[in-house]
Design a binder for this molecule. Structure first.
Ligand code: BYC
Length: 337
């Protein structure tokens, strides 16, 4: 049996390397993964598998929570009651996704407080895409269409990821993301078929969100430090470049249907390969955003920290309420003594 003790490594709580991580245990684990068995919280798993899952699931949870901000920015300015209701529901869904994912990470033995502390201190990563500003209403359409579209492309395969709680959380998340993608595309369709000014607004949003959306899939395969191992463990089911290409192939015809132009002069259909080929991604920009120097990194963290601090009374009240209920539940037992 492995020990439940957790230690600190790379800023992430990890299981101490257990004495029993012998070749036999590892081989049995690998055979289960190869047989598409789901690994469950109480099953034996290599410490590095646990660490990788905590890293990926918690970064994913942080992305959902930080991802509420760019769109939350437009709730009070949505152009109609219908748009406002849909956007409000979408932003609430993102909060819910964050909660499922934190709960999935907790099954690996890490506490939610620890994960929040990593986010608030700036130590933990979250998706690069949420460090860009939402300047116009069309950005809400572009986020739904492109950002949620990219998220679905990445997350549908995660419904088959080898860790059971993560895979199950992804099933519901993907259903909701698919609604988000459609509401975004419908905003883009309405704007593209509207006045010249509205169409120009949709084009401008596509121009600004296209390249950052492609960066969401992570560095090119040759530079992806975790992909090989994560693919072997069936945590990831496709590489970053494969998913990026699938996204481009699915999205370019949708953009053409809108009558919009992609901000990539090298974009062309390769009839032989059956793929849309695209130009070079600016990886220097991606690295700058990851290093904390994107247009909104500081603002996003500041807003999250403020929300955490100003929500302290809610957490205290919930704890006090739970303590009161526990005390009340214990009373009849004491009276009977
Ligand atoms: N942004 O070895 P790699 C959403 C990091 S939003 C920031 O390829 P891996 C939503 C990576 O963490 C999407 N960091 O890593 C939609 C690693 O750094 P560390 C959130 C990135 O893990 C609408 C380093 O670069 N989705 O759902 O094998 C509204 C090397 O990369 C990014 C998920 O999180 C990036 N774009 O592959 C609201 C999906 N890309 O950890 C919310 C689950 C890479 O060594 N995650 N990095 O310091 C995944 O599928 C994988 O973690 C990734 C990266 C494909 C993202």
């Amino acid at each position: 049996m492995y020990t439940q003790a957790l230690n600190q490594q790379d800023g992430v709580a990890t299981q101490a390397t257990p004495a029993s991580e012998d070749a036999g245990a590892v081989a049995r684990f690998e055979a289960r993964v190869a047989a598409e068995d789901k690994i469950e919280p109480n099953d034996w798993m290599p410490a590095a598998y646990r660490r990788t899952l905590v890293r990926q699931i918690s970064q994913h949870a942080h992305s959902e929570i930080i991802g509420m901000q760019p769109e939350g920015n437009w709730i009070t300015r949505a152009p109609s009651l219908r748009r406002k209701a849909a956007l409000l529901a979408k932003v609430q869904d993102e909060g819910g996704h964050g909660l499922y994912l934190y709960a999935a990470a907790e099954t690996l033995g890490v506490s939610r407080e620890e994960l929040y502390a990593q986010l608030l201190s700036g130590k933990a990563k979250y998706s690069s895409i949420f460090n860009y500003p939402t300047l116009t209403w069309a950005d809400i359409g572009a986020i739904g269409w492109l950002v949620d579209g990219a998220a679905i492309m990445n997350q549908i395969p995660l419904c088959r990821t080898s860790y059971g709680p993560y895979a199950r959380a992804m099933i519901r998340v993907c259903k909701e993301e698919s609604f988000h993608q459609r509401q975004g595309y419908e905003i883009m369709l309405t704007l593209s078929r509207g006045t010249a000014e509205q169409k120009a607004m949709a084009q401008d949003a596509l121009d600004r969100w296209w390249w950052p959306s492609l960066m969401m899939f992570g560095p090119p395969d040759g530079e992806s430090q975790h992909s090989d191992q994560s693919m072997r463990w069936k945590i990831k089911r496709f590489t970053n470049d494969d998913l990026r290409q699938q996204f481009v192939d699915a999205t370019v015809p949708q953009g053409h249907h809108l009558g919009l132009t992609f901000p990539d002069p090298e974009l062309r259909f390769d009839a032989e390969g059956g793929h849309w080929r695209f130009g070079a991604i600016d990886w220097a920009e991606f690295k700058a955003v990851l290093a904390g120097n994107g247009p909104c990194n500081r603002q996003r963290l500041k807003t999250r920290r403020n929300a955490h601090e100003s929500g302290a009374w809610v957490r205290e009240a919930a704890l006090a309420h739970a303590a009161k209920r526990r005390a009340r539940a214990a009373q009849p037992a004491r009276a009977a003594e």
